[in-house]
Design a binder for this molecule. Structure first.
Ligand SMILES: [Zn+2]
Ligand SMILES: [Zn+2]
Length: 424
């Protein structure tokens, strides 16, 4: 049957709808521009009172750099952390200056980049990677290197995802938050070095699981946009950020024995009382609470076919095991439909939605479809995938590949820097 070409207006509408569904990829900025410059600038200087060790070899990942997380990130840079990764999907709004680490002139600018630049100016010896985009797109190999994971803010969906990752990687996860109505600053410490400990998902009831998209927080601008102003005061936000910094420091300089572990701290500014409560593991939690095994793959592995890599990692029989599951960080793209002529082409690779995945016979660029695609390779596509080199499957420098035979996940880390992989 002859397929009618869509009119230009249909095409524009389709593109617009597509772009709305696909969050833009994570964009990185790095300070200082040349890696060697960090070592040259150094002077880390003397240890501060209360600081037990030099932190030049530590890596902290902070997800969310608003009023709480931005404060913590800038405080941590003063303590001489060797490398910090800060990620936030938002821009500053017209009234962000009221609560956040910014000025009115920063309205409209990317939060992560403004904070990253400020951190660099405070301590040029620290290496800083600032990402504008979704935390869920931060490469696993980067999270795996972190000594501590920090989360601040308001995105419960992100926090539950991060809890899964912290458990899978065996990391402590610290969250800073505020409860404005009660003038209370909050720190939650999830000791997910043990995957069986309480995770952020353990606190959710079945209704909360259904409403994971809900957001609230202390950015005046965003809350007004969402019709839910909390307008938390700046001193409460910065207190939460400072308490978060203090807990992070214990993990970073070898005093984790003193740190909050699977505990929540509430500091109330009304009555100046502090409350420590245990965070409990819920049997009803929907998170897997599962630690992954890791294997580091050798240089040059990107040219090896997947089947060979699987056999090397799990044994020769693994690729014939009907329980074998293969997944990556990006979704699996089996096919792509051309917008211009409607033709469907085989793709069979991992690709972030919106990524160009080849050309249609008509010449039009093909892009991986939007949300909804699974990251698991469907059983029917496994043999095709086994025959392809990792590179042709979309697995670039620093990418991770997950394998399971039904008894937990083994992750394979490709060598290389994931932050420069996307820029080629
Ligand atoms: Zn849980
Ligand atoms: Zn076409």
């Amino acid at each position: 049957m002859h397929q009618l070409s869509p009119s230009p207006i249909d095409l524009a509408t389709a593109l617009e709808q597509f772009e709305e569904k696909v969050p833009p990829p994570l964009q990185w900025r790095t300070w200082p521009a040349e890696p060697a410059a960090a070592a040259v600038v150094d002077p880390d200087g003397p240890l501060l009172k209360g600081q037990k060790a030099s932190l030049t070899d530590r890596l902290v990942v902070s997800l969310g750099v608003g009023a709480v997380g931005g404060r913590a990130a800038v405080q941590l840079v003063r303590l001489g952390i060797g490398c910090q990764v800060v990620v936030d999907p938002d821009r500053f709004g017209d009234f962000s200056w009221k609560t956040q680490v910014c000025e009115p002139g920063h309205a409209g600018q990317v939060k992560a980049w403004v904070i990253g630049d400020m951190m660099h100016r405070v301590h040029p010896g620290t290496r800083i990677h600032a990402g504008f985009g979704m935390a869920q797109d931060v490469p696993l190999t980067l999270l795996r290197k972190a000594d501590v994971l920090l989360a601040a803010g308001d995105n419960i969906e992100m926090l539950v995802w991060l809890g899964n990752v912290a458990a899978a990687l065996g990391k402590p996860l610290l969250q800073g938050a505020v409860y404005g109505e009660r003038l209370t600053a909050i720190v939650r410490a999830y000791d997910l070095r043990d995957a069986a400990s309480a995770c952020p998902g353990c606190a959710l009831n079945s209704r909360a699981w259904g409403g994971l998209k809900a957001r609230k927080g202390c950015d005046a601008a965003r809350d007004i946009r969402n019709g839910e102003p909390t307008r938390t005061t700046p001193h409460l936000c910065s207190l939460a950020g400072d308490l978060l910094t203090g807990e992070a420091l214990k993990w970073l300089d070898g005093r984790e024995a003193q740190a909050l572990k699977s505990e929540q701290l509430d500091y109330c500014m009304v009555n100046h009382k502090a409350y420590r409560t245990q965070l409990t593991r819920s049997e009803a939690c929907r998170c897997p609470h599962e630690r992954w095994q890791w294997q580091d793959l050798p240089t040059g592995v990107a040219d090896a076919p997947l089947g060979e890599v699987v056999a090397r990692a799990l044994g020769a029989e693994a690729r014939h095991n009907p329980l074998l599951q293969v997944r990556a960080e990006a979704s699996w793209c089996a096919k792509a439909r051309c917008w211009r002529c409607g033709r469907v082409s085989e793709v069979a690779r991992f690709a972030r939605p919106g990524t160009e995945v080849g050309r249609c016979a008509c010449g039009q660029a093909l892009r991986a479809a939007a949300a909804g695609a699974p990251s698991l390779v469907p059983a029917a596509d496994l043999n095709v995938a086994f025959a392809k080199p990792l590179r042709d499957l979309g697995l670039d420098d620093g990418a991770s590949l997950g394998l399971s035979e039904g008894n937990g996940w083994t992750y394979l880390a490709l060598p290389g820097d994931p932050l420069t992989a996307g820029q080629r």
